[in-house]
Every structure is written in C-alpha cells, then in structure tokens.
Write a new protein. Sequence first.
Length: 385
Amino acid sequence: MFSERTNWNLEPNRLSKALADHRAAGRPLIDLTVSIPTQCGFQYEQEKIVHALANSAVLKYEPDPKGMLAAREAIVAYYADSGVTVPYDDLILTASTSEAYSYVFRALCNPGDEILTPSPSYPLFGFLADIHDVKLKRYPLFYDHGWHIDFHALEQSVTSRTRGVIVVNPNNPTGHFCGMQDVARLTSLCSENALAIIADEVFLDFALEPKQPESFAGNAGALTFTLNGLSKICGLPQMKLAWLVTSGPEDWKAQALARLEVIADTYLSPSTPVQLAAPLFLQSRRKFQEQLMARVRKNLAEMDRQLADRKSCTRLALEGGWNAVLRVPATRPDEDLAIELLASRGVYVHPGSFYEFPADGHLVVSLITPPSPFAVGVQSMLSMF
C-alpha cells in the first residue's frame, strides 16, 4: 500500500528511547543539544513582532509565485548590507529551507539522480533525498587544524548521474566556512561538470570573527542555489519563511528560474501575514544575533576554561554556527557513550554518529544552551573522562 521511498525504519534509536525513558521517569536532565532559539531565554521585541503580524493587508490575497515583492525587496536589502547584489527577480520565497531544497531537487533531478553532500553534516538531507527519489552520495570533510573539503574525494564522486553539490556555509555541526579558495575550486568543478552548487547558509550570520563571510548568493561562475531564512537569521523558526536565490551563468539561471517559478506557483506556500511582516523581522535581526553570539562566546569560553587542564578531551576549531565538537577518548561507540552520559550524569549530548563522523570519539553540544546549565552540564560531561 505504501511507497518504497517512505519505507524508513521508524523505530526510535537507542539514544532516543533512553532519553524518553529518562524524561518519563522524571529524572533531572541537562539538555546540551537544545537548538531552538525561542526555548533558550533570548529577549525578543515582542510588541514589534505582534504588531507586524496585525496588518489589515492580510485580508487581501494577491498571490505571486516568487513571493510578495515587499518581502523580496527586504531580502535584497539584507544581502546589500553585506555587499552582495541580489536582484529581487532571482529570489523565490518558500515556507522553509527544507521546501527550498525540495524545489531544487525537483528542478534538477530525475529519479535516481545523485546529489553530493558533505560528511559530517546534519542528517536532514537523507530524508529530503528519499522523499524526492534522489540518491545522496557523501563526500568527506577532514580535520587538520580546521575543517576542509576533501576535493580529491569530491571529484572522484562525480558520475554521469550527479546533478549538484550541497555545501553548508558554515557547516553544521563542524562550524567551518567555505573560504575563497574553496569557493573558487568548487565553482570550477561544478562549471566544468555542469553541476549546480546548492549552498545552505542558514548559519551565515553567526561568525565568531568580526569579518562577515562571503555568501554564495552572488556566485556567477556556476549555477548556484543559495538557501536561507528567518528561522536562524531572526531566531523565528515558527514564522515559516525562507528563500532561494538563483545565480550563475545567465542561460542556466534563466532556465532554472523558469522551472522553479512553476514549482512555486503550484504550491504558493508562504503565508501572507509572515511575508508582510518580513521587512520588520529582518530589520530587527541584529538585536537577536547580538544576544545569541554573546552567549555562544560565553559558553565557548567556559568550555575552553574547563578543558584547559584535561589532556584527554579537546574542542575542535570552529568559525561560526551554534555547535561545538568535542574530541573525546574513543573507548566505545559514540552512541553508547551518549547513553551512559545520560544515565549516569543526566546530561544529554549528540553522539558524533548522529552527524556521520567517520570515527568514534566525537560529541556535539549546543552553544546556545543557557549559560548556567551549560557550565554544569559540561563539567558533568567532562567528569566522565
């Protein structure tokens, strides 16, 4: 009765079951994986947000496949603040970046075609690929005083069925950006092989260094789809508004936009109230981002302080984003270690296997956890080693 594409193993994994049992028993818990900003105690401009949604213009429906012009112009201004020129006609609004991925996959791929995706990275891509009958092939990232793309392995992964390369900028959870050399090399590879770059930039604004990293949104050397949205930029995942910027050689860009517009016109997903409020949300993003980055830096400093006297555990370098990766003794599978931390210390962390780290000995923690439980949780976690 059901399709093969949704024939997933829906049984909870051992860690998820252990967490559910821990909570059901009412045991104390320090969650070092929390990543939803509205659950982390940040202060929002409540009156402005509510007022922006209370707009009488919501009573008038004027659908545009690409999204309301006022919302797209606000996104154009967002990019202009970073020195990137994005024509508003090259923008298509979606309800989420997951939906933006689905548009791109549908525009690029026939069933069975391939998309290359980094590893380690967030596990969302597997489900998106399955739903759209796309085959994922993973290319490795390696760590050597920082994270790098293994370009040799990436080049060897390209086949006649490959349609695009996903790059997460900065990567989640490794927190590294694509430098200018990597962007140039990736653009050259994709241009030579008629591949698209699919750049996920939801964490782009959250760099640890003052210098703003470059966006793929202005990339003209290869067909490029750049994804972003309000969820991370403004800390408003519940508002359900994201976007897709198409750039590259004019002939490829025109064909891509024509196809994407038909797909968008079929769904018309973004709601009118949120599109009308988008300009205000984007204008007020900096206060939220300042709060979040202050917490990230504080938690990172606290973690480094606690790690200073521990030779058995180290924090891997990161440049941005909300997560930190710890390298710990690989005495057992990472999932077993995470379960033991939960049972014996009441601390919940993500094992590296969740993000497909190639070897055991990695734990991932969220840096937007409120500072007090974060400090206690890190101390309890490190007492295991």
